[in-house]
Each structure stands twice: as structure tokens, then as C-alpha cells.
Design a protein around this ligand. Structure first.
Ligand SMILES: *[C@@H]1O[C@H](CO)[C@@H](O)[C@H](O)[C@H]1NC(C)=O
Ligand SMILES: *[C@@H]1O[C@H](CO)[C@@H](O)[C@H](O)[C@H]1NC(C)=O
Ligand SMILES: *[C@@H]1O[C@H](CO)[C@@H](O)[C@H](O)[C@H]1NC(C)=O
Ligand SMILES: *[C@@H]1O[C@H](CO)[C@@H](O)[C@H](O)[C@H]1NC(C)=O
Ligand SMILES: *[C@@H]1O[C@H](CO)[C@@H](O)[C@H](O)[C@H]1NC(C)=O
Ligand SMILES: *[C@@H]1O[C@H](CO)[C@@H](O)[C@H](O)[C@H]1NC(C)=O
Ligand SMILES: *[C@@H]1O[C@H](CO)[C@@H](O)[C@H](O)[C@H]1NC(C)=O
Ligand SMILES: *[C@@H]1O[C@H](CO)[C@@H](O)[C@H](O)[C@H]1NC(C)=O
Ligand SMILES: *[C@@H]1O[C@H](CO)[C@@H](O)[C@H](O)[C@H]1NC(C)=O
Ligand SMILES: *[C@@H]1O[C@H](CO)[C@@H](O)[C@H](O)[C@H]1NC(C)=O
Ligand SMILES: *[C@@H]1O[C@H](CO)[C@@H](O)[C@H](O)[C@H]1NC(C)=O
Length: 456
């Protein structure tokens, strides 16, 4: 019998809306749900442990037979030792519980990349300390874009769930960042080197920076995650991406609500085979591929991405692909780049409802370079091909009226097979135009206001 990965299952769920579901596959999925342990404080989520390679059986996910309750000082003192004790005791077949109604404080960077066959049941409330000096020197450096994480969780066959809350105590970071853009703001949830697992039913609040960074991981499902946290001062919470995936494959992100101020989901270099579905994104910069091609000498690949059934409100963009041009330029002090190589290919956005979104669709291969003449002179060496965006409905904001979308390649020779169709999006005054520059027009079923040097 053929076994399927999380991504294949999620694709089947998406396809089921349009066509008859493939029943043998769905039955196979259900047959491999982990057994729910009786008498547990909360049920394990119903996720199979995905195979590393489609076609191979799911690795065994043994029942969790042991319980470890995490203790708390309860007075704001660091509970990291108690957490590590419980996790070590229950690793390899146990169930770690952060009890409901209990507050936990974390003031120590926790390296949790040694996990194996363990469930982490977060029913209580976990908050990170506001010691910005400690965290800047101790949080885990993840290399990419100076990213650091409060903790890193990785290993095999791990489920994190429970209905509780993880709070990054972000306000102090939002205020600090306003006075120094080079401070290292920790990412709330670091999924680093996780192979086979699920993260579900959690509330993530007030992250200093991104909410989730998923790197070096495979076969992971994120489901029913609530993300929110706004600044209460004049200093806006910046770079609070919902999820950033990096060097990861076979990832599903689904059925979640994100209220933030940067990308809802962002596919960073070497994100492959990712399904994103059933998200309600509000206040964001959209669901983005990139930015890519930022660093000279690096090869960035993003392929086989399927984004389905998204509601996007109060955002700058709905669907977005951002690629830096062929030579470096500076967008701001801490955001500059261009000149990297690679490829964006096989990207589908299907079914998105927008409301108060500046651009329903934005594809740019001139990211960070406002001078398009200069961008055309040094086209990107990172190609964009086989992109389909279809089934968009709703109303944009008035920002670019009558323009509702933006399609700008750095040269038609490095942008291929772009299909934009079934777009029922208008501006508040009824405008439905797209800016199109150097993009092959053959697959565009939209009203382009300018087609410059484009060809099929
Ligand atoms: C940091 O947190 C502690 C404990 O919750 C609190 O007493 C203190 O006022 C906070 N400091 C700042 C600068 O927010
Ligand atoms: C991922 O794995 C590579 C290779 O082992 C390592 O160099 C890198 O630091 C890891 N983490 C991230 C975030 O890339
Ligand atoms: C990383 O931090 C260094 C030093 O603070 C800074 O010069 C550089 O621009 C930062 N890089 C990115 C990609 O943010
Ligand atoms: C989603 O998670 C919340 C707790 O964070 C829980 O109350 C709710 O029942 C979950 N929803 C589903 C559909 O599982
Ligand atoms: C679309 O996503 C929403 C959650 O935002 C979910 O409730 C709904 O069932 C999904 N619809 C389809 C057709 O998948
Ligand atoms: C949705 O986003 C808007 C704009 O950022 C914000 O004002 C509003 O509070 C958000 N809604 C929720 C429920 O967080
Ligand atoms: C991404 O994948 C490409 C092609 O395999 C590889 O050359 C490159 O080093 C990878 N980049 C990272 C950051 O892992
Ligand atoms: C394109 O990506 C989808 C997932 O979105 C995948 O099912 C399909 O196999 C990919 N096509 C190719 C040719 O790799
Ligand atoms: C979008 O923003 C408006 C104005 O801030 C707000 O009333 C509305 O609730 C937001 N939409 C969502 C889904 O939060
Ligand atoms: C844009 O770049 C071109 C080519 O280098 C240059 O001639 C032009 O002056 C630039 N335009 C602006 C507004 O800087
Ligand atoms: C393009 O504009 C024409 C005239 O306003 C309109 O009839 C047509 O529906 C538009 N096409 C698309 C794809 O929006």
C-alpha cells in the first residue's frame, strides 16, 4: 500500500472540494492516526506521523505511556529547570503536561532539539522574561537574516498541543527596536530540525519578532494556531511574521488565525512541498514567497507550494512573490540585498478572499529597487516560473485605485509561465487594473495598464 505524506493528505483535502476525494488515500490516512491514550488530560491531536519520503511507511509512533507534570515556582522565577527535568524524564515515550491554570516563566534559552517520541501538552500559560540583555546574548542564532529564537524544538515524532498560551513579552522589544534596529529580537517558537510532528491548538502572543521559524524540518503539521499581539505604545510591533519556513519540506500550515503586521506566512530559501490552507490572516503583508535572491553567492529554491482557501483582510498584499534584482541595493539599514540566484517554481495560490488589501496579487522581481530602469539593466538571476494564481474575490483598499495588482519582472526572459485567472477583485471605486512590466502576458487574464517589452 502507498503511504502519503502530510502534504499529500492536505492536497487531497483541498482537492476534495473540487473533485471526488480519493477514498483509499483518505482511509489510509485515518488508519495511521496515532492512538489516543485514555485518561489523558487532553486528547492527542489526530495527526499521523509523516514519512520522510512518500511511498515509505509512517515510522512508528509509540503510545505515550508516562506522564510528567511540569512544576512552576509560580512567582515569576525562571521555571526552565523544571521544564527541562520534565521533558528529559518523559522523552522517548512520554507526555509532558503544563497544567491548566498554572503560569510558567522561562528565563533561560532551552535547547530542545534532542526530543524523540514525546508529546508536549501546554494547557497553561508560558511567558518569556523581559531580560533583553540576557536574551540577546543567549537566544539561539539561526544564521538566516540574523534570526534568533527563545528556544529550539526538534527531533522526531513530537506533538505539541494543549490549548494553552505562549507569550513572548514583546512590548519591551517593540520599544527597544524603535531605538536600535540592530538588536536581536528572539522569535517566539523555533521549530528547528523537527522531522515528523505536529504543533496544534495553541495561542501564540506578543512575539518580539516572527512567531514561528521552521528550519531544517520535514513532515510537520501546524494546525489551529491563534497568533496575535499588538504594541500598546507608539512603537509598532515589526517583523511579526506568522510563519517563516526555511530549508524545510513537507510542511502543512492550516486552519489558523493570524493577527499581525508582517507576512502571514513567508516561504524563505529552500522551502519545498508546503501546503498552507484555511488561514484567516488580518493586518499582514500577505502570504509571501521570499524575499529571495538577497545574498550574492547563494542559491535559493522555493518550489511546490500550494496555498488554498485563505481569507486576507487589512493587509498590504494577498499573494506575493518578492525577488531581489540582479545587483545589490538597500531597502533600509537592516534590509538590503540582491544578486543571489535560484528559482521559484510550481507555485499555486487557489481561492483567496480579500478585503481591504492594497494589492490582491503582487509579484516583483525588482524587490528593494525602486528604479525599474536600473532593475531591468541588471535582471534577476533568480527565475520565476510555473506560477498559478486563481480564484481571488473581494475588494482591495483604495491605496492604488484603480490598480488592484502588480506584476513586475526584471526581464521577460527570467519570468515564465505566469498564469493569473479567475480574478474577481475590484477596488472600492470598481477599478480592476494590474500594473504589468516585463511579465509574459500570455497567461494573464487581467487588465494590464502597461505592458512594457513583455512577450509570450
Ligand atoms: C520585567 O518583568 C518583571 C517581572 O514581570 C517586572 O517586574 C518588570 O517591571 C518588567 N520590566 C520591564 C522594563 O518591563
Ligand atoms: C540547519 O542545518 C545546517 C546543516 O547542518 C546547519 O548549518 C544550520 O545551522 C542549521 N540551522 C539553520 C537554521 O539553518
Ligand atoms: C545582521 O546584523 C549585522 C550587525 O548588526 C548587520 O550589519 C546586518 O545588516 C544584519 N543583517 C541582516 C540581514 O539583518
Ligand atoms: C483550537 O484550539 C483551541 C485552543 O487553543 C481549542 O479551544 C479549540 O477547540 C480548537 N479547535 C479545534 C477545531 O480543534
Ligand atoms: C476554508 O478555511 C476555513 C477556515 O478559515 C474553514 O472553516 C473552511 O472549512 C475551509 N473551506 C474549505 C472549502 O476548505
Ligand atoms: C486586524 O488588523 C487591523 C489592522 O492591522 C487591526 O486594526 C485590527 O485590530 C485587527 N483585528 C484583530 C481582531 O486583531
Ligand atoms: C538551497 O538549495 C540549493 C540547491 O540545492 C543549495 O545550493 C543551497 O546551498 C541551499 N541553501 C541553503 C541556505 O541551504
Ligand atoms: C507542484 O506542486 C504540487 C504541490 O503544490 C505538487 O502536488 C506537484 O506534484 C508539483 N508538480 C511537480 C511537477 O513537481
Ligand atoms: C480590519 O480592520 C478594520 C478596521 O481596523 C476592523 O474593523 C476589522 O475588524 C478588521 N478585520 C478583521 C477581520 O479583523
Ligand atoms: C534610474 O536608473 C537609470 C539607469 O541607471 C538612471 O539613468 C536614472 O537616472 C535613474 N532614475 C532615478 C530616478 O534615479
Ligand atoms: C477588463 O476590463 C473590461 C472593460 O472594463 C472588462 O469588461 C473586463 O471584464 C475586464 N477583464 C478582467 C479580466 O478583469
Amino acid at each position: 500500500m502507498l503511504f502519503r505524506s502530510y502534504v499529500q493528505i492536505a492536497l487531497l483535502e483541498a482537492a476534495a472540494v473540487f473533485a471526488m476525494p480519493s477514498w483509499p488515500a483518505l482511509q489510509e490516512y485515518k488508519a495511521h492516526l496515532p492512538k489516543v491514550i485514555s485518561n489523558t488530560p487532553s486528547l492527542r491531536p489526530n495527526h499521523p506521523i509523516g514519512p520522510k519520503h512518500p511511498g515509505k511507511p509512517f515510522p512508528p509512533s509509540p503510545a505515550r505511556t508516562k506522564y510528567c507534570y511540569v512544576k512552576s515556582h509560580g512567582d515569576g522565577k525562571d521555571d526552565a529547570d523544571y521544564i527541562l527535568d520534565a521533558i528529559k524524564e518523559c522523552n522517548n515515550g512520554g507526555h509532558v503536561i503544563f497544567s491548566q491554570g498554572i503560569e510558567y516563566t522561562i528565563g533561560t534559552a532551552l535547547d530542545l532539539t534532542f526530543l524523540n517520541h514525546v508529546d508536549i501538552d501546554i494547557q497553561g500559560y508560558i511567558q518569556f522574561t523581559n531580560d533583553t540583555t540576557y536574551w540577546q546574548t543567549h537566544s539561539f542564532r539561526q544564521i538566516f537574516q540574523n534570526a534568533t529564537t527563545f528556544f529550539q524544538l526538534g527531533g522526531h515524532d513530537i506533538n505539541v498541543f494543549g490549548g494553552g498560551t505562549i507569550d513572548g513579552n514583546g512590548q519591551i522589544w517593540y520599544d527597544l527596536y524603535a531605538s536600535d534596529i540592530y538588536i536581536l529580537r528572539p522569535i517566539l517558537f523555533g521549530t528547528i530540525g523537527l522531522h515528523g510532528g505536529s504543533i496544534s491548538d495553541l495561542n501564540l502572543r506578543y512575539s518580539p519578532q516572527y512567531y514561528n521559524f521552521v528550519a531544517n524540518s520535514s513532515d510537520v503539521v501546524f494546525s489551529n494556531i491563534s497568533i496575535s499581539g499588538f504594541s500598546t505604545s507608539a512603537n509598532v510591533a515589526k517583523n511579526t511574521d506568522g510563519w517563516d519556513t526555511y530549508r524545510s519540506s513537507n510542511i502543512v500550515i492550516q486552519n489558523s488565525r493570524v493577527d499581525n503586521g508582517d507576512d502571514c506566512v513567508s516561504f524563505k530559501p529552500n522551502s519545498t512541498d508546503v501546503v498552507v490552507q484555511g488561514l484567516q490572516c488580518n493586518g499582514s503583508h500577505g502570504i509571501s514567497v521570499g524575499s529571495l535572491g538577497q545574498y550574492v553567492g547563494e542559491v535559493d529554491i522555493v518550489k511546490n507550494i500550494y496555498v488554498y482557501n485563505i481569507t486576507m483582510t487589512n493587509a498590504t498584499d494577498g499573494a506575493r512573490i518578492k525577488v531581489w534584482p540582479g545587483i545589490p541595493s538597500a531597502l533600509s539599514g537592516d534590509l538590503q540585498g540582491g544578486g543571489g540566484t535560484g528559482a521559484v517554481s510550481n507555485i499555486t495560490y487557489n481561492t483567496m478572499h480579500i478585503s481591504n488589501v492594497d494589492y490582491a496579487i503582487e509579484i516583483t522581481q525588482c524587490y528593494g529597487q525602486k528604479n525599474l530602469t536600473l532593475c531591468n539593466q541588471f535582471p534577476s538571476s533568480l527565475t520565476i516560473e510555473d506560477v498559478t494564481m486563481e480564484g481571488f474575490t473581494g475588494t482591495t483598499s483604495a491605496k492604488f485605485e484603480p490598480i488592484v495588482g502588480y506584476l513586475v519582472c526584471s526581464s521577460p526572459s527570467v519570468c515564465r509561465e505566469i498564469e493569473i485567472k479567475d480574478i474577481e477583485v475590484v477596488g472600492p471605486e470598481g477599478g480592476d487594473e494590474f500594473t504589468c512590466e516585463d511579465v509574459p502576458v500570455g497567461g494573464l487574464e487581467v487588465n494590464c495598464t502597461s505592458v512594457n517589452k513583455g512577450s509570450n
